[in-house]
Design a binder for this molecule. Structure first.
Ligand SMILES: [Zn+2]
Length: 360
């Protein structure tokens, strides 16, 4: 099987298109995992011409999570960046005391995060945590998100070929993303999420990568019909754009019909080369705006690029409480030191606490 990189896929599907619509664009899905990438992130958002961007933390068994990194960027550029924090599962990694998830939601809110990011539905993370989403463990957490209207950006499942030994792409396998019988099936993840959404119909949730439904338009539309507060982001998964391109007319209708439920995102990560980051923007925007793709009407583009995100998350990034940011980074520094067996002073979280203290 031939592996395709994002670059040659975008060349394959689209001609170079520099004149995109003059509409403010918010990227709902960027990652930062190192404080060394601060300048690079700023250059990317500037070159891409983004109005704003949402930085997502993820959980990590060596670091607890990357909340300090996203907080640092948000603290430095509070008008530019939204920040979605991840949960703290260090009780699983180190045996330290469980931080109740429900209380974690309240803490993330009071710190000034704009939402929660869960990557926990990606099969490799499930293997790490071993907790189902319909387990009582998560029950009052989802209830609290629903009560508070705090948005969730949720990665659940993966492209179906990652479960298929014949079809899994070489690059995915190299990342450890081939899922044999020791992983839950894609259907298992969907079943758990159905249970959660049925119980919590007001949960404001955006599913990353189109919830991996791009191969099945009917499933995508019945999902959106059934769950009125569920949304889908357009973050590649390049398989999405291959799937969409196979039935362009029908998908165009879908995008117009569900224009309120779809969000622009790229999955650009902080350390990424500018050209590669811009190729992602080019891929998604080219697909939405040009004849080679869906060529969507302007009012649909406005929703997908900007107004949906602002309605779901907020017209502007929330304000940080600098005191609570420092306190949280100090708390995370203790966990990080334990997980990584580093001296406390050398932890990233401690470093970020110091930088933020000097800003306030
Ligand atoms: Zn992502």
């Amino acid at each position: 099987m031939r592996t395709v990189t994002l670059n040659n896929v975008s060349n394959m599907l689209f001609t170079v298109e520099t004149e995109f619509a003059k509409i403010p664009v918010i990227d709902c899905h960027m990652h930062v995992t190192s404080i060394r990438d601060v300048d690079n992130v700023l250059e990317i958002v500037s070159e891409a011409g983004f109005h704003r961007a949402s930085l997502l933390s993820i959980i990590d068994d060596k670091r607890v999570n990357f909340n300090p990194e996203v907080l640092l960027l948000k603290a430095l550029h509070s008008e530019m960046f939204y920040a979605f924090g991840s949960l703290d599962y260090s009780f699983i990694f180190t045996g330290s005391q469980l931080q109740q998830l429900r209380e974690q939601v309240d803490r993330l809110l009071s710190i000034g995060f704009d939402g929660v990011k869960m990557v926990e539905g990606k099969p490799v993370y499930r293997k790490l945590l071993k907790i189902r989403f319909d387990d009582p463990f998560y029950e009052d957490y989802f209830a609290r998100l629903e009560e508070t209207g705090f948005p969730l950006l949720f990665h659940v499942a993966d492209p179906e070929e990652f479960w298929d030994p014949e079809k899994v792409p070489v690059w995915a396998k190299a990342q450890g993303w081939f899922y044999d019988q020791t992983y839950p099936s894609k259907e298992q993840f969907y079943k758990e999420v159905e249970t959660v959404l049925d119980k919590h119909p007001r949960l404001k949730v955006v599913f990353a990568h189109f919830y991996f439904l791009s191969a099945n338009m009917e499933a995508a539309s019945s999902f959106l019909e059934k769950h009125r507060n569920a949304h889908l982001d357009l973050t590649p998964g390049i398989e999405m754009y291959r799937n969409f391109s196979m039935e362009k007319e029908a998908w165009r209708e879908f995008f117009v019909k569900y224009g309120d439920r779809i969000l622009f995102g790229t999955d650009i990560f902080g350390g990424e080369r500018i050209e590669s980051a811009l190729a992602k923007v080019q891929l998604v925007r080219g697909f939405l705006e040009t004849d080679e793709g869906l060529n969507l009407p302007r009012h649909t583009l406005e929703k997908i690029y900007c107004s949906n995100f602002q309605r779901i998350v907020g017209p502007k990034p929330r304000r940080l409480s600098f005191n609570l940011v420092v306190e949280e980074c100090e708390r995370l520094a203790l966990e990080e030191a334990r997980l990584s067996s580093q001296p406390l002073e050398e932890t990233v979280a401690r470093l970020v606490a110091g930088k933020i203290r000097s800003l306030s």
